[in-house]
Design a protein around this ligand. Sequence first.
Ligand code: SAH
Length: 253
Amino acid sequence: MANDNVQNLILNLENLKISITAEQIFAFSQYSSLLRTWNTRMNLTSKRALENIHSVHFLDSLTALPSLNALGLENPRILDVGTGAGFPGVPLKIMAPEMQLTLLEATRKKTDFLRELTNKLEIQQVEIMNGRAEIAAHDLEMRATFDVVLARALGSLSAVLELSLPFCKINGHIIAFKKGPISDLQPEIDEASEAIEVLGGEFFRVAHIPLDIFNDDRLLIILKKVAETPSKFPRRPGRPARTPIGRVGRTRT
Ligand code: SAH
């Protein structure tokens, strides 16, 4: 991706009607250097993504900010499931510090990175949890307690919904990041309709991201939780990804 630099990040954010302060720009530069340092020791992100960090991770994460703001929530409780090196949760938190953010990640070394990152950036009101969504979602302190659940690059839409909707309050929302040609995404969206119904969700809207810098389509699939998720979901670890609800064939519990 050409011209991956902070000026371009600022310009692209302007196109999304997002303004950024000098402190926020500084936070992103600290984020990028810490990621670079850690990436020499462990694979937090690909080399190519690291070279294009401003667009591949920062800008892409921030494409959800207008949709998040449009929900009009005050001090929302937000969960990022399978956050990896903090995407999209940490960039969103840098831009909207009033949110109460929980970062959930299964890999211990990634949560170690997140602890150092959030300390270095002096991020307040952030909780880092090492664990799997299939287990954490049955914890009564977590289940049905979030206003918004975010998921990026976590798997097929159906699996993502099983890992995220149980955490959401009724009337709360899920924002799932998807990329690729819309023609490829449509079957995935169709396949997820059974999961949406079974898990207590409803389509809210699909936001198309209007930025030329990405050479594929970017969508945010936004759902609303309208009914309680049956207590058997999510199923045991690995099951949501291996046999997604609605996949042709049998959905095993
Ligand atoms: N959201 C990040 C990372 C995507 S990779 C990004 O957009 O860059 C998916 C991440 O989710 C990995 O770090 C993986 O360890 C984590 N993950 C996968 N399944 C999980 C689960 N069931 N519970 C918690 N974390 C999970």
